[in-house]
Design a protein around this ligand. Structure first.
Ligand code: PHE
Length: 351
């Protein structure tokens, strides 16, 4: 056998085959054809045993030559095909980053959040801390420890939502005054306290100015030598800060079981300035707060020495302030989450 001839035949076969290979599959078929167990090069190699010893070396070298030729071709072609496939894929999956994005709508703060934050900022600046209480409360905290024992007539005014079965002593709190009880009980040294508690409360009410869910903010100050004058000064400052410097404040005697004496606080109608209009029902005044000196029973029930300490408390509806301030006539719109309503407050950042 003329090895020189054999290998040049194989070389030209490879050269010929090279031209038509386009895919990895075709390339692998060629690999089998030349390098497989029964492949052309392998077959040739196996003939070495019949070659006379002195020619074996040249024979081996020649076979190696074609083997290397094929392998080099194989490696180069493989890389070429893989690159081509990858490039095609990249081209196909290209992301068009020039496409305009979806517009993100700018949100605005809910009117209730605005008012709540205003209240909180004001009281924080006066040294109060913000106190958070749960919305599900015990009857004890919501009523009994606020001097409203079971069967007390004043409970009717806060007719509310009780839980069922084994939780029947729990309810959705009807007033943030429950925070008074919690703050006093948690204060282990039974010393001075100065808190505000904003939050949701619930009552069985539903009309244009009442919602079954609304928001109150409660304030409580306990210290030695606290008097009605402190309460009056605080609330005057509060009303003026929120509703404007010209606002006049009026205290009327009232009744709450947990304060004694109790007052209701009116402010001059911010719409007509006190002259009388539809909003204030021609009286010139609008009622905004309930308040009073903490009843000694309430102090004692939560472990305070009522001989040493006095306190004042006040509570108001945040919704009411929002309605007055923004001229909202139906409380239900506050909770409706209608975007057309909410966007009206976009530009009220100046307040
Ligand atoms: N909790 C009372 C209410 O909801 C308001 C109030 C608070 C009155 C604190 C006096 C003192 O009507």
């Amino acid at each position: 056998m003329d090895i020189q001839k054999e290998t040049s035949k194989i070389k030209s076969m490879i050269e010929e085959d090279k031209k038509s290979v386009k895919t990895i599959q075709e390339l692998n078929e060629l690999k089998v054809k030349y390098m497989g167990k029964k492949g052309i090069i392998s077959e040739l190699n196996s003939k070495i045993k019949d070659v006379p010893n002195e020619e074996k070396k040249t024979f081996g070298m020649k076979v190696n030559e074609v083997r290397t030729l094929f392998n080099d071709f194989y490696d180069a072609k493989k890389e070429e095909i893989e690159n081509k496939v990858l490039n095609e894929k990249l081209e196909k999956e290209r992301i068009d980053i020039t496409m305009p994005s979806k517009k993100i709508k700018r949100g605005s703060k809910h009117p209730m959040t605005r008012i709540e934050e205003k209240f909180e900022d004001l009281f924080l600046s006066m040294g109060y801390t913000i106190y958070d209480g749960p919305e599900i409360e015990s009857d004890e905290n919501c009523f009994q420890k606020l001097n409203l024992p079971k069967g007390h007539a004043a409970r009717d005014a806060q007719d509310t939502f009780y839980l069922k079965d084994e939780f029947e002593n729990y309810l959705l709190r009807s007033q943030t005054s429950t925070a008074q009880v919690r703050a006093m009980e948690e204060n282990k040294d039974k010393g001075p306290l100065r808190i505000v508690c904003p939050g949701k409360v619930y009552r069985r009410d539903e009309d244009a100015t009442h919602s079954h869910q609304f928001m109150q903010i409660e304030g409580l100050v306990i210290d030695e030598n606290v008097s009605m004058a402190d309460l009056k000064g605080t609330l005057e400052l509060f009303c003026k800060a929120i509703l404007g410097e010209k606002t006049k404040v009026r205290f009327r005697p009232s009744y709450f079981p947990f304060t004694e004496p109790s007052v209701e606080v009116d402010v001059t109608c911010f719409k007509c300035g006190g002259k009388g209009c539809a909003l204030c029902k021609q009286t010139g005044w609008i009622e905004v707060l309930g308040a009073g000196m903490v009843h000694p029973n309430v102090l004692e029930m939560s472990g305070y020495d009522s001989k040493k300490y006095q306190g004042f408390a006040f509570g108001t509806g945040i919704d009411r302030f929002a309605m007055f301030k923004y001229g909202i006539t139906d409380i239900r719109t506050i909770y409706g989450n209608d975007i057309r309503f909410l966007t009206q407050f976009d530009r009220k950042d100046d307040e």
